[in-house]
Design a protein around this ligand. Structure first.
Ligand code: ZN
Length: 177
């Protein structure tokens, strides 16, 4: 079911989400939550969504990066639910991207993040998985998983002159590329 998206200012976006147990992950209500996340992400055109963005304080995020995504990235990831994920940074090098967020509609901001990480998480059968990723996908994963710890991409913007409305971003930043 498509759920309304919680936006900046809603306290649920600043909560540390509760970790899930195996019993919870295998429950019918969790199956419903997974469907709600998928329906909502597709409806609003996101490449990722975290449970608090639909008002649920549980430690799960969904990411799906198709080969033809609107960010022009060449890397792809099939729909993956990250349950109780933990990130380990593997490299000091970082990369900058103009990020956007369903919870901060209409804005884009320039954020630098580590670009080589390892994510340990539980899958839908509560089997532990490890994923090593580089580049844009590493950035997307860090953005989504931040939501589970009450963080938003705007918290990482070092230079606030690099926060822009979408239309101005397209007119003044994209046109410079
Ligand atoms: Zn977001």
């Amino acid at each position: 079911m498509i759920k309304p998206i919680c936006r900046l200012g809603n306290p649920v976006l600043r909560k540390i989400c509760k970790e899930l147990t195996k019993q919870e992950v295998l429950s019918d209500s969790f199956t419903q939550l997974k469907q709600d996340l998928k329906d909502s992400m597709k409806h609003y055109g996101g490449i990722g969504i975290a449970a608090p963005q639909i008002g649920i304080e549980l430690n799960v995020a969904l990411i799906e990066l198709g080969p033809t995504n609107r960010y022009g990235a060449e890397i792809s990831l099939p729909a993956t639910y990250f349950i109780n994920p933990k990130i380990k940074v593997l490299s000091d090098s970082s990369e900058g991207n103009w990020e956007g967020c369903l919870s901060v509609p209409g804005l884009r901001g320039y954020v630098e993040r580590p670009n080589h990480i390892e994510v340990t998480y539980f899958d839908e059968l509560f089997i532990e998985r490890i994923l090593e990723v580089k580049g844009f996908l590493a950035v997307v994963i860090q953005h989504e998983l931040d939501h589970l710890y009450g963080k938003l991409y705007i918290d990482h913007i070092k230079d606030l002159s690099l926060l822009s409305f979408q239309e101005e971003f397209e007119a003044f930043v994209l046109s410079q590329k």
